[in-house]
Write a protein that binds this ligand. Structure first.
Ligand SMILES: *Cc1c(COP(=O)(O)O)cnc(C)c1O
Length: 386
């Protein structure tokens, strides 16, 4: 079976893990945590990085630092992995789900901008925080959000769980990276993300005070190392030295992973050229991470059937996320539209995208997909379209 996404672990991973075991530093104290944080901050262009037990934990702490609490309104992408929404819910805040734009599949930031402006004119509640997700590793169009931040002091938290290494190649944000644009940025190192620590996450910020508070909250808000005194309700959210050892080894190969993912996307795009498939978007101003290659299949084709047929050929595929407003816990949230997100869900399929995917496997995947979807070799016959 060709897996959807699996990590590549053949660099210094084993050596650094052995160092942890030899030194006895396997838990939350140890030199790898600090080294990993330092390398990570440098790589994404942030001043401070705080390693966390998961991407969800990083988001939870970031939202608390941004001021989320019961009664706060947080705007978030409707089309995202549910962890983005769950982290908001942990704080007791309310969600405002914002539909995607077709050109990036990310939050429609123009629509949110116009909505906030008209609410503000009427004196109605506006979001205090915007949690913007860089979906599938494509940077969101953040300029309208930065405008809102300037006007209303709205805090911007970036969910860059899938977007490590992605950024902007032109305009005002040229050479900046996802996660380092807003007030706080969050990353995930789950087994299927850009890099892995087995499980883990990172919170980055340019604000030294926020970083110190994040460190405090992730370690049970203990006020002194001498005794058990705590000044807040904190969490056990620190990353272990073992996990950080893996993370440091993975960072050494990040540029290679990014290069490989870009090649994989380029090759899929070439294989599918001329077929009636819509490849995942890439805006001219964006340098995506190409985390998980996805595309939209023709409307009349059942994505459910596709997964089973591809599995029959030994190829893992996966449908994209149903929009949050279709999920039981979030069905009653306020929302701005949701039609585009539904369309992406209805037609979206992800293909194997591991950094070490071979050219041969990729050609097999593309050939099988085309034969399953488009038996006529690219065109859809009118019979099939009915
Ligand atoms: C993976 C992911 C998360 C959560 O990260 P974990 O490390 O699994 O907790 C949050 N948001 C998005 C968009 C993700 O893809």
């Amino acid at each position: 079976m060709i897996p959807l996404l699996e990590p590549t672990l053949d660099g210094n991973e084993a050596r650094y893990l052995q160092e942890c075991i030899d030194s006895g530093y396997v838990s939350s104290v140890g030199p790898f945590v600090e080294r990993f944080e330092r390398e990570f901050a440098k790589a994404v262009g942030a001043q401070h990085a705080v390693a966390c037990a998961s991407g969800t934990a990083a988001l939870h702490v970031a939202l608390r630092l941004a001021g989320a609490q019961p009664g706060t309104l947080v705007a978030v992408s409707d089309f995202t992995f549910i962890a983005s929404a769950n982290a908001i819910s942990y704080t007791g805040a309310d969600l405002l789900l914002v539909d995607s734009e077709p050109s990036t599949w990310n939050m429609n930031t123009e629509m949110l901008h116009d909505y906030v402006m008209s609410r503000a004119r009427n004196g109605d509640q506006i979001p205090a925080i915007i949690l913007v997700v860089h979906v599938l590793g494509h940077p969101a169009a953040v300029e309208p959000l930065l405008e809102l931040k300037e006007k209303f002091d709205i805090k911007i938290v970036e969910d860059a769980a899938e977007a490590l290494g992605a950024g902007w190649n032109s305009g005002r944000l040229a050479d900046r990276q996802t996660g380092a644009i807003g007030d706080l940025g969050c990353f995930s190192f789950n087994g299927n993300k850009m890099i892995t620590t087995g499980g883990g996450g990172m919170l980055v910020t340019r604000d030294a005070q926020m970083s110190a508070r994040a460190r405090h909250l992730t370690t049970q808000a203990r006020t002194s190392s001498a005794g058990y005194w705590h000044d807040d309700i904190g969490y056990n959210y620190r990353l272990t030295n073992i996990a950080a050892a893996l993370g440091l080894a993975q960072m050494e190969r990040l540029s290679n992973i990014l290069e490989r993912k870009k090649e994989i996307a380029k090759r899929y795009n070439e294989y599918f050229r001329g077929a009636e498939l819509v490849p995942m978007p890439k805006a001219a101003w964006a340098d995506p991470s190409y985390w998980l290659y996805s595309l939209l299949v023709p409307e009349h084709y059942s994505c459910r059937k596709l997964g089973a047929e591809m599995a029959g050929y030994g190829i893992s595929t996966r449908r994209l996320w149903p929009p949050l407003h279709k999920q039981l816990p979030y069905a009653n949230c306020r929302r701005l539209d949701g039609i585009v997100a539904e369309g992406i869900y209805n037609r979206g399929v992800s293909l194997p995208s591991s950094a070490h995917l071979t050219k041969y496997d990729q050609l097999t995947i593309a050939t099988k997909l085309k034969s399953v979807l488009l038996p006529t070799g690219g065109r859809i016959t009118s019979e099939r379209a009915q």
